[in-house]
Ligand binder design. Structure first.
Ligand code: BGC
Length: 353
């Protein structure tokens, strides 16, 4: 027979063991698993490093219509040159049924698979970006269901792809897709992505063309940490978009001849803007990506190179990854016809080796 004291001791030991085993079985592995499968977005952002946009190919109405068609060799060139990642802008909305169930054209999907695989097989992280859904600018509410239906198809298709594939929910919300409305749409799109990709890193930018002053209105779910926040930078627009026909808010021909000389006041304007972005990132504990920046080919090359280097360095100094706009075409860093890097821009983007 046990004495009362002994019984108490055994009960206490038993309870302790139960709790200890409980913690071991339930708590520790759960934490370990989460750590294993959710990549640290800050680490992933470091891996994005200095990247380039493969713009004007899959984001054109049809690939090739804007004079640029992706080739497998470009992925080798990008990797060998020392770029760390690519952003792949895709006009999904131009290749999906206009009516329910808004099915994405299977051939187009295969082409996007091919491009993603070209990057991943070379160990180049890819941001897969939903680009140029322009109808959303005029009438977002009528297009909301279709927009969400695109992510309902895209996200499950890539759910088993490696962590170095990232999804970007929407390029440059603008006009009637106001920052308030974008917050609403973004949360719904994110929830759809999370159903099939609970741990995928998602890239999200603020309203009004992903501009820095709009960061303060961006309302990302606080408990979702698998997010990188992106901004775009084309300031001063009079310099970067001189002669650009697609600028509608002004006559960009009047800006022709605008230079960027790296004068103290010009540099200060950039630094002030990036400091605002970096302060927001720190306060909100989010990694930050500069998803687009570049100066159109109509500006003079010396100014373009100066501006590009200053923006790239300012971003990197503040812990941001970047994607230059763009590899080939009208802001090109590579000349696909002459098969050569455009040296002043190339040197502005990558440190000397
Ligand atoms: C657009 C491009 C444009 C670039 C600079 C991008 O977001 O998709 O068509 O050339 O911004 O304006």
């Amino acid at each position: 027979m046990f004495k009362a004291k002994e019984v108490l001791l055994y009960v206490a030991i038993g309870l302790f063991l139960l709790i200890a085993v409980g913690f071991a079985v339930v708590e520790e592995p759960r934490e370990a698993v989460v750590k294993e499968i959710s990549p640290d977005p800050f680490e992933l952002n470091k891996r994005l490093g200095r990247g380039v946009n493969l713009g004007n190919a899959l984001d054109a109405p049809n690939e090739g219509e804007w004079g640029f068609t992706l080739q497998e060799e470009y992925f080798d060139l990008i990797k060998q040159a020392g770029f760390d990642s690519v952003r792949l802008p895709v006009r999904w909305s131009g290749h999906a049924l206009k009516e329910k169930p808004y099915t994405i054209d299977p051939n187009f999907f295969n082409r996007v698979d091919w491009a993603i695989n070209c990057a991943l097989s070379r160990n180049l992280p890819v941001i897969l970006d939903l680009h140029h859904y322009r109808e959303m600018y005029d009438d977002p509410n009528s297009h909301k269901e279709r927009y969400l239906a695109l992510w309902k198809q895209i996200a499950p298709r890539y759910k088993d792809y490696p962590d170095i594939l990232l999804f970007e929910l929407f390029n440059e919300p603008d006009d009637a897709l106001t920052p308030e409305l974008w917050n609403e749409f973004m949360k719904e799109a994110l929830a759809i992505v999370r159903q099939s990709n609970p741990h995928r890193t998602v890239v999200i930018g603020p309203g009004e063309d992903n501009t820095i002053p709009e960061l303060k209105f961006l309302d990302i779910p606080k408990d979702d940490r698998s997010i990188i926040v992106t901004i775009h930078y084309y300031w001063p627009l009079e310099f970067t978009h001189q002669g650009a026909a697609w600028v509608t808010k002004a006559d960009s021909n009047e800006w022709m001849g605008t230079k960027w000389s790296a004068a103290e006041a010009e540099k200060k304007a950039v630094v002030d803007n990036f400091n605002i972005a970096a302060a927001w990132a720190k306060e909100n504990n989010r990694p930050m990506n500069l998803g687009e920046f570049g100066a159109y080919e109509k500006a003079d090359m010396e100014s373009r190179a100066r501006w590009t280097k200053f923006i790239a360095d300012t971003a990197v100094e503040r812990g941001m990854s970047f994607h230059y706009w763009q590899f080939d075409s009208d802001f090109a860093v590579y000349d696909t016809k002459n098969k050569s890097w455009i040296k002043p821009l190339f040197d502005a983007l990558l440190p000397p080796r």
